[in-house]
Design a protein around this ligand. Structure first.
Ligand SMILES: [Zn+2]
Length: 470
């Protein structure tokens, strides 16, 4: 069945991409433009775009109307869904990354497959309301308390995949190897602590075996992650890298978020975390380093020359006082940039996008490191590509029919006019300005209301109350 969406305004690539495989490349190669009156034909059978017509002044009969500026669906390339339960509670007092981590472990200890499903469904619904059509879930909470596997050892991961389906968005489940608590030497790490036992499969070999049983779905891609060089001993890194290579799967890794990790890596291995990952085959075009905050020039060159991506999570990085990663240098070196809301201090990809630019302005005391279009590409096509969805993130024939429509008549966005729609979306809009979200041709958010999860705030409150014991 064919369905027509009529976008009042749409942010389009100026060049016609002939086929979906090239869609993301074509978009990044050309400057995107805002067109008014765009008919987007969608096949509901496969959820792909079958036609894009510009200059369509009025909605065709029967068309679904998207009022405002329509963008490709947003990609949230780095998420830990359960961290949403910490929102605000970790803003009391001061503390450090490491004390924050203690609070996070406390919440993790109460999650079960059922309660995690309920929480993630609500969190992913919040993401849909924020215009996010695909999430990269960096998932390491695998086992029951004490580290005992559930009867179905993938019960937690499957709960997340089901939650994304229930919330109507795509998921890349980045099943994460986490087998040690800290660096010791090449062969071993410190054993997981009481909290971390739930994260550990014991060895990367055992992780690989369990993760191999996970199954993708129409809305789900299975990928891999190395939690960090702290969590996987050096001589087991190759096992995870090979698992991902064998499957052509995305591979993500937290990288140099904290200087303490660099110091520990230097002490244990005599090199930086980036060098260690490079030496064990972890870097490459399917790999994304998350944060990439405290890097040497040599690290930047290694990441760029290997085509390893960088996922910046500016709202989390500033919340945890991590520092500002060298995103412009990484991009110049060849590292594609994506964005993630990570700890979900807020869930707002527009805020992530502008924060990347504004952080850089504060640091460099110069403006204009990225155009609004370049920031939107990080929030859309580059993000989906990092998650193994290369044909999402562009409004082109053959691309996945994932769309996000931002109001241009809200109190925040009114006035500039549609020609400045991209600038308005990035520098003025918030998640609250998202009016419609379409995933695979299906309207998941209509006029600011979720069509599958009727009361998202109540769902969040109930799920989080459950974890706090009421
Ligand atoms: Zn993270």
């Amino acid at each position: 069945m064919q369905l027509t969406y009529w976008a009042e305004h749409a942010w389009l690539n100026a060049v016609d991409a002939a086929d979906a495989a090239d869609a993301a490349d074509a978009v990044s190669a050309a400057d995107a433009v805002v067109e008014s009156g765009v008919a987007i034909e969608v096949s509901t059978a496969d959820g792909r775009i079958t036609g894009v017509r510009t200059g369509v002044e009025a909605p065709p009969p029967g068309a679904e109307i998207l009022r405002g500026l329509t963008l490709p669906g947003l990609a949230n390339a780095h998420s830990h869904a359960f961290h949403r339960a910490l929102r605000s509670t970790v803003q009391v007092g001061s503390g450090t990354f490491w004390t924050w981590r203690e609070v996070m472990y406390e919440v993790a200890s109460r999650l079960t497959p059922d309660t995690y499903h309920a929480l993630a469904r609500a969190v992913y619904a919040e993401m849909a309301l924020a215009g996010i059509t695909g999430v990269g879930e960096f998932h390491y909470l695998h086992h029951a308390p004490g580290g005992r596997p559930y009867d179905n050892p993938n019960a937690m991961g499957e709960a997340l995949i089901a939650a994304a389906a229930d919330a109507g968005i795509r998921i890349t489940l980045l099943d994460t190897a986490y087998v040690s608590s800290g660096l010791v030497d090449k062969h071993s790490g410190e054993p997981p602590n009481e909290h971390q036992l739930r994260f550990s499969d014991g060895t990367a070999e055992a992780w690989a075996e369990r993760a191999a049983a996970l199954k993708g779905a129409e809305h789900a891609v299975i990928g891999a992650a190395v939690h960090s060089v702290r969590a996987v001993p050096a001589d087991q890194l190759g096992t995870v890298a090979r698992w991902a290579a064998d499957r052509g799967a995305p591979l993500h890794v937290h990288l140099s978020e904290q200087t303490a990790e660099n110091d520990a890596c230097l002490a244990a291995h005599g090199c930086t975390p980036t060098r260690l990952l490079a030496d064990h085959g972890v870097l490459g075009a399917r790999t994304t380093g998350v944060h990439n905050t405290h890097l040497t020039d040599a690290d930047i060159a290694l990441l760029g020359s290997s085509g390893t991506g960088t996922c910046m999570c500016p709202t989390t990085e500033r919340d945890l006082a991590d520092g500002i990663g060298p995103a412009p240098a990484l991009q110049r070196a060849g590292s594609p940039l994506s964005l993630g809301s990570d700890s979900h201090a807020v869930i707002d990809l527009f805020e992530e996008a502008r924060a990347m630019e504004l952080n850089e302005r504060l640091r460099s005391r110069t403006r204009g490191h990225w155009t609004a279009a370049a920031l939107l590409r990080a929030a859309t096509g580059e993000g989906h590509a990092a998650l193994g969805w290369p044909d999402a993130g562009a409004i082109v024939v053959g691309g996945l029919a994932d769309l996000t429509t931002v109001a241009l008549d809200s109190v925040r966005t009114a006035g500039a006019g549609p020609g400045l729609g991209a600038e308005t979306a990035v520098f003025a809009a918030t998640a609250a300005d998202v009016r419609d979200t379409v995933v695979a041709g299906r309207r998941v958010v209509r006029d600011g209301a979720h069509t599958l999860v009727p009361d998202v705030p109540s769902a969040l409150s109930a799920a989080i109350a459950e974890l706090r014991g009421g």
